[in-house]
Design a protein around this ligand. Structure first.
Ligand code: ZN
Length: 149
């Protein structure tokens, strides 16, 4: 991506090549599939929540370097945090991507490297995909949990 700070670009590539929390949890508390048809990105996110804390998270799927590295960074950022903290991080990242606020590294961790993506509207959905998937899962629960309704 031209125009992105070199250090940030290296971080994005590093998460793309060596994704953290890659895989699928068995018997997750939350399971979400999210797609970005504009780019062809597909993500499968599984989360384990114990006592309102995200104790484990994993992401699987295929997609562009931005969507894949963002899923890795998102997983790194939220693991070990409460559901409420994770939702606050997601909202912070969403607002950064929409150019509403300046990114705070203490909140986002490595995902700060994605701040420059906000300048490329066509890639914003790629960066947001995993975060919106997690938000959807945290708020709506798993599809299987809704089968009883
Ligand atoms: Zn993409």
């Amino acid at each position: 991506m031209p125009g992105l700070d070199d250090l940030y670009q290296q971080l994005i590539l590093d998460h793309y090549r060596r994704p953290r929390h890659r895989g699928t949890l068995s018997e997750p508390t939350i399971e979400v599939d999210q797609q970005n048809p504009l780019c062809g990105d597909e993500l499968h996110i599984t989360v384990r929540i114990v006592d309102d804390q995200i104790t484990e998270i994993a992401h699987a799927g295929e997609g562009c370097s931005i969507s894949q590295s963002s899923a890795s960074m998102m997983s790194d950022a939220v693991v070990g945090h409460s559901v409420a903290d994770a939702l606050a991080m997601i909202e912070h990242f969403r607002r950064v991507m929409h150019g509403e606020i300046v990114a705070d590294e203490t909140i986002l961790g490595d995902a700060i490297a994605l701040e420059g993506v906000a300048k490329y509207p066509v890639r914003i959905k790629c960066a947001l995909l995993s975060w919106m998937a997690l938000k959807d899962g945290l708020i709506n629960g798993t599809p299987t949990a809704q089968e009883d309704q």
